[in-house]
Design a protein around this ligand. Structure first.
Ligand code: NAI
Length: 454
C-alpha cells in the first residue's frame, strides 16, 4: 500500500513536534496543527507562565530587596509584561517552525480527524477539507482546562489559566484561586509577586494533594508567612456577584464562608482534548473522561494508530509527552525506546521551588521497600543563605539494604534545577555513598545534595 506519509502526527505540542523531529529520520513525516505550533506548553502553559513569573519574581525581589541594602520603587505594567511574553513565545514558535522546515516535516494547517485507519482528514480554517494517508498516525492533542459545574463558574471575571495569562490593565487587587494543585499554587506565586492579595481554596486537606504531604504542608506555611491566605479542607460550592465584585463561597468545619474577589481563577484540573478526534467506528480507543487507551508501545487497538502525552493520562507534563513521543516513534520503527520512563522528575515553580523524583518514603513503604530517609536543611547551605532564599529542605529516600537512591523531594531555592542530578542518580541506581563521595562545587546550591547524602 502506498501512503502519502510514513507518519502523520496530530498536534504540534512538545509531544508532537519533538516526535516529528525524530520521525523525519525514519521517513516522510507531517504534523497537523489547528492553532499555533508549540501546544499548551508554549502557548498557554509552561513557557508563558514562567515568562510572566520571571517578571513577577523581579518585582517581588525588588520589593523585598531593602533588607539587602538595595532600595527600589516597583511599578508593574501588566500590558508590558504581556507584550514581552508574546515576543518570547513568537521567538520560540519561529524556532519550532524553522526546525520542522529544516527536518523536512510538512506542517499541515487545520484540524485533524482520523476518519479510518491510516487516514486523516484535515479541515482548514476556511472549511476546506483535505485527506492524507499514512502508515502510522500519532495522536498528540494534549489537554485543556476543566471547568466543573460550580454555579457561577460562567460569571465575568471567573477565568481559567489561559485567560489569566492574557490579563492586561490593572493588577487585580484580590485574586481568589479555586484549587491548590500545581496550576493554583503557581499562579498564586505569580500574582502575589505582582502585588495582588491572594487566597487559595483547596478541597483536600493539604496543598498539592498528589505530592509528598510534607511538601504541601511546607508550602502552606511558606505561603502564609508571605501573606498568601490558604484554606484547605474547604470545597468551593458556588461563586456569586455581590456589591459589584465576585464572592467565592466555600465550606469549612465552621460552615459556609465567603471571600470577595476581583478575579477568580478556576484551577481544578484538566481534561484530554480528544473529543471528535476519531471516527465513531474507532471510538473503542477511548476510556473514562475521554482518555485514550494504549499498550506499552503507545499503540491503540486500531492498526497503525498511536497516542501519547496528556491524551493517555498518567503524569501530564510536557517533558513526559516529549519522552513518550520519542519512544513511540522509535518503537513504531522497530527500535528500542530511547528514554527510560521509570524516573520522571516533576517541578513546581513556587517560592521556594518544589521538585520531586522517584518514590516518596510512603510510596516505597506501600511497595514493600524498606527505606531510610536523609533530610538536609537548606538553612545550612551558604548559597541559599547569601541569596536570601529562606528555609527549605532536601529529602533523599534510599533503600535500607544497599543505600541505592529511590526518590527525592526538594523544597528549596533552585529545586527545579537541582532535581536533574537526582534523576540521573536514581535512574542509574547510584547509592547515597556514590553521591556523597563526588566532589561538588562550592559555594553552590547543588553541594547541598552531597551534604544530604552524607
Ligand atoms: P490538579 O488536579 O493538579 O489540582 C486541582 C486541585 O483542585 C486539586 O487539588 C483538587 O482537590 C482541587 N479542587 C477541585 N475541585 C475543587 C473545589 N470545588 N473547591 C476547592 N478545590 C477543588 O489540577 P491543575 O492544578 O489544574 O493542573 C492540571 C495539570 O497541569 C496537572 O496535571 C499538572 O501536572 C499540569 N501542570 C503542571 C505544571 C508543572 O509541572 N509545573 C504547571 C501547570 C500545570
Amino acid at each position: 500500500m502506498n501512503y502519502d506519509y510514513d507518519l502523520i502526527i496530530i498536534g504540534a505540542g512538545p509531544g508532537g513536534y519533538e516526535a516529528a523531529f525524530d520521525a523525519a529520520k525514519y521517513g516522510k513525516t507531517a504534523v497537523v496543527e489547528a492553532d499555533k505550533v508549540g501546544g499548551t506548553c508554549l502557548n498557554r502553559g509552561c513557557i508563558p507562565t514562567k515568562t510572566i513569573m520571571h517578571a513577577s519574581e523581579i518585582a517581588r525581589e525588588a520589593r523585598e530587596s531593602a533588607s539587602l541594602g538595595v532600595h527600589a520603587d516597583v511599578d508593574v505594567d501588566l500590558d508590558e509584561v504581556c507584550d514581552r511574553k508574546e515576543s518570547v513565545l513568537a521567538t520560540l514558535r519561529d524556532g519550532i517552525e524553522g526546525g520542522l522546515k529544516r527536518s523536512k516535516v510538512d506542517l499541515l494547517r487545520g484540524r485533524g480527524f482520523v476518519s479510518a485507519p491510516h487516514t486523516v482528514v484535515i479541515t482548514s480554517e476556511d472549511g476546506t477539507e483535505e485527506t492524507k494517508t499514512a502508515k502510522n498516525i500519532l495522536l498528540a492533542t494534549g489537554s485543556h482546562p476543566f471547568i466543573p459545574p460550580i454555579p457561577g463558574a460562567d460569571l465575568p471575571g471567573v477565568v481559567d489559566s489561559t485567560a489569566l495569562l492574557n490579563l492586561k490593565g490593572e493588577v487585580p487587587q484580590d485574586l481568589v484561586i479555586i484549587g491548590g494543585g500545581v496550576i493554583g499554587v503557581e499562579f498564586a506565586t505569580v500574582y502575589h509577586g505582582f502585588g495582588s492579595g491572594i487566597s487559595v481554596i483547596e478541597a483536600m486537606d493539604h496543598l498539592l494533594p498528589p505530592c509528598d504531604k510534607e511538601l504541601g504542608r511546607s508550602l502552606k506555611t511558606a505561603f502564609q508567612k508571605n501573606g498568601i491566605d490558604v484554606f484547605t479542607k474547604s470545597p468551593v460550592s458556588r461563586i456569586e456577584q455581590k456589591d459589584g465584585r465576585l464572592s467565592v463561597v466555600y465550606t469549612d468545619k465552621n460552615g459556609e464562608q465567603e471571600i470577595p474577589a476581583d478575579i477568580v481563577l478556576m484551577a481544578v484540573g484538566r481534561r484530554p482534548t480528544s473529543e471528535g478526534l476519531v471516527a465513531e467506528e474507532l471510538s473503542h480507543i477511548y476510556r473514562e473522561k475521554g482518555y485514550i487507551s494504549v499498550n506499552e508501545n503507545y499503540q491503540t487497538e486500531v492498526e497503525g494508530l498511536y497516542a501519547i502525552g496528556d491524551l493517555i493520562g498518567g503524569i501530564e507534563l510536557a517533558h513526559v509527552a516529549t519522552a513518550e513521543g520519542r519512544n513511540a516513534v522509535a518503537l513504531m520503527n522497530g527500535e528500542k525506546a530511547p528514554i527510560r520512563m521509570e524516573t520522571v522528575p516533576s517541578c513546581i515553580y513556587t517560592v521556594p521551588e518544589i521538585a520531586e523524583v522517584g518514590l516518596t518514603a510512603d510510596q516505597a513503604k506501600e511497595e514493600g521497600i524498606a527505606v531510610i530517609t536523609k533530610k538536609y536543611a537548606m538553612g545550612a547551605n551558604g548559597k541559599t543563605v547569601l541569596s536570601d532564599l529562606g528555609r527549605g529542605f532536601i529529602k533523599l529516600v534510599a533503600r535500607e539494604e544497599d543505600h541505592v537512591l529511590v526518590g527525592a523531594q526538594l523544597f528549596c531555592g533552585r529545586a527545579t534545577d537541582l532535581v536533574g542530578e537526582l534523576a540521573i542518580a536514581i535512574s542509574n541506581d547510584l547509592t547515597l555513598e556514590d553521591v556523597a563521595s563526588t566532589v561538588h562545587p562550592h559555594p553552590t546550591f547543588v553541594e547541598a545534595i552531597a551534604e544530604a547524602a552524607r
